[in-house]
Structures are given as structure tokens and as C-alpha cells.
Design a protein around this ligand. Sequence first.
Ligand SMILES: NC(=O)c1ccc[n+]([C@@H]2O[C@H](COP(=O)([O-])OP(=O)(O)OC[C@H]3O[C@@H](n4cnc5c(N)ncnc54)[C@H](O)[C@@H]3O)[C@@H](O)[C@H]2O)c1
Length: 372
Amino acid sequence: MKIGCPKEIKPQEFRVGMTPNAAQEAVARGHEVIIETGAGLGSGFDNDAYVAVGARIVDTAEEVFATADMIVKVKEPQAVERKMLREGQLLFTYLHLAPDPEQTHDLLASGCTAIAYETVTDSNGGLPLLAPMSEVAGRLAPQVGSWTLQKANGGRGVLMGGVPGVGPAKVVVIGGGVVGTHAAQVAAGMGADVTVLDRSLPRLRYLDDVFGGRFKNQYSTAGATAELIQSADMVIGAVLIPGAAAPKLITREQLSTMKPGAVLVDVAIDQGGCFETSKATTHADPIYEVDGIMHYCVANMPGAVARTSTIALGNATMPFMLALADKGWKQACQDDPHLLAGLNVHAGQLTYYAVGKALGIDVVSPAMVVKA
Ligand SMILES: NC(=O)c1ccc[n+]([C@@H]2O[C@H](COP(=O)([O-])OP(=O)(O)OC[C@H]3O[C@@H](n4cnc5c(N)ncnc54)[C@H](O)[C@@H]3O)[C@@H](O)[C@H]2O)c1
């Protein structure tokens, strides 16, 4: 199969859909890999790194789209990219179609087959191609939060681990899923005093079993949150209610109960944010202050560490990418119901129920499409 990887063109996107290691694996199986010149630079992979493993560099995205049977990307195709998709072409990338009717209509009109990273599943009920980015954002949260806590950045001037004779920072993590667990691990590793709140008892049991000695956990109620934030130096918002906007768990009124210069890191900002005073920010201007409380609300946190994020995403997508290339999308989806769960669009038909419901478009069962 001819596998094409264009350079990402969405603003502030430095990741790339294929690492040289992934390209090497594909070439070793007899596939042809075509990379747009400079596609990997934002993640620290120059053209030579791809050429060295047998990939071919081309000058333009047009050449990639015109040549490839399968396009592997990171972000949803932008309008100019969607114009280059064609009937029968396979697209493997993040799509997030439900809030994006324009993109959905363009993909349907193109006749391509599109498999969305974010809806591929695993046997534990998880989303294996979203998890790596949650791991990155979670581990990054205490890092950016501790920078924000520094006096010059508006914070309380508290060191995460304290020093001998001075206690550590108090960190509260709301939501103990993938983001929350990784955030808690890193905050605890920095020496902070960490408490994780979650609404799921099985999840709290898991956290207790695995991390019991390293951080505390507590059942999440409005009362518990109100009490804990009064003494917190940093609160990390990491909740998710699948398919819904994030619940607002700290009101503006409650900010006055917190210590001046305390920091809120709202990782759930991509779902609307879980603090009433959160509004999305960018890496260029990541923090702001409301009522004496510092806020960090960057919606694409993994972009700050593009190289780590690219490699983490590539590790997760590679087995699926290789299955698609080796077998073709239909056989690969027949063999793997988790990959089939990623099928969102095929030959002008929508094949993902939640997207159809959100956009009022008729949906064809993916199982039917894959059998046809
Ligand atoms: N800003 C970014 O760059 C970025 C990157 C990755 C993920 N995210 C976002 O981070 C959020 C968390 O993602 P995740 O992968 O950890 O999800 P997850 O499903 O693994 O975990 C979410 C957790 O929140 C818990 N929860 C739900 N309601 C709660 C409540 N009221 N109080 C306490 N806990 C509650 C759930 O029980 C679950 O354990 C999502 O909104 C995701 O989109 C943002």
C-alpha cells in the first residue's frame, strides 16, 4: 500500500502522523511511505530520518494526497486538505466529527473511507488512541501548574516539594481517570501532598490499591471539593463525562475561599472546562488571573511537548496503521471490532451513530458496510 503523511497545517500543531520508526516498520512489510518535506520537523524528525528508513520525501501535500492509498495524519483534515481527498482513499487521523458539520459533509462528499483515532476502542472499554494524549496532558499538568505557582508568574510562590523544614504544596486533582492518575503521579513525584477526587468507587479502589502510599483519594462531592480547595495550592481539573460538557465543579464565588495566588489547571477545558471561570488559552498566552486565582487552561496541552506526543501517539496508532496497510481497511475492520469502532465515514455514508445523532444525518451500520 502507498501510505502518505502530509505536514500538519492546523495552527500551532507540531506533531506528525508518522514517526520514522513507524515508517520503517511499514517499509519493512513492503509498503511505500511518502512523507511531505518537513512534516516531522516540529517533532524533531528531519527528512533524512525518514529517507534513512526507506521513505520517500515529496515537495507538496498535493503530491502526498494524489499518490497515497492511505493518508495518516494527526489533526482532522482542514478544508484545503479535504478537497484533495478522493473516492476510495483511506484517511486515518483524529476527526472529532460530532461538533463539525462542515468537515463531516466534506468527508461524505469526498467518497473517502475515514477511521477516527478517537473512536477506536480496546477490550477494557478504553479509547487507546486518546489515552496517550491524556497521559501527556496529565503528566504535564503539575509541570505547568508548578511554573504558574512561581511568584513571577502570579502564583503563591510555593515550591512543590517544599524543603526540609517547610511543607510541600497541596495539590487536589479532580477526576482520577487517565489524566488525573498521571497528574497525581507526577505531582507526588515532585514531592507535593496530593489528593485525588473521583466519583467512581471502582476507580478509587484501583487508585488505592496501586498508589495508596503515594497519594490520597477521596470520594468526589461538592462538600469534599469545597473543603479541599480552601487549603490547596494547586487544583487540577481532570474530569470527563463521556459525550457531555464538563460539569462546573468550582464556582466563581468559591475562588474567594481559596488562598490568593493558588493555581487552577483545567485540563478538561477541551470539554468546556470544569471550573466556572475557565476559558480556553493558548501556549502563547497560557495563564490569566481571576479574583486572585491563577488559571492555566490550554486546550491542546500535548502540543507543548510535540516530540513526546508524536512518539506516544505513533506507538499507539502503529499497530492499527500496519493492519490497515497489510490487509486493507475492510479486512482489517472485519478482523478487529475495535478498529471497526473507528469507522466514521465510508463512500458517502456516515457509519458512527453518535455523530449522526449530533448532526441529524442518517447512519449506516458499520457492520453492514464492512460485510458489503
Ligand atoms: N487540555 C488538553 O490538552 C487535554 C488533553 C487530553 C485530555 N484532555 C481532557 O481531560 C479530561 C479527562 O480525560 P481522561 O482521559 O482522564 O478521562 P477519563 O475518562 O479517563 O477520566 C475521567 C474521570 O473523571 C471522573 N469524574 C467524572 N465526573 C466527576 C466528578 N464530578 N468528580 C470527580 N471525578 C469525576 C470519572 O469517574 C473518570 O474517572 C477530558 O475532558 C479530556 O478531553 C484534555
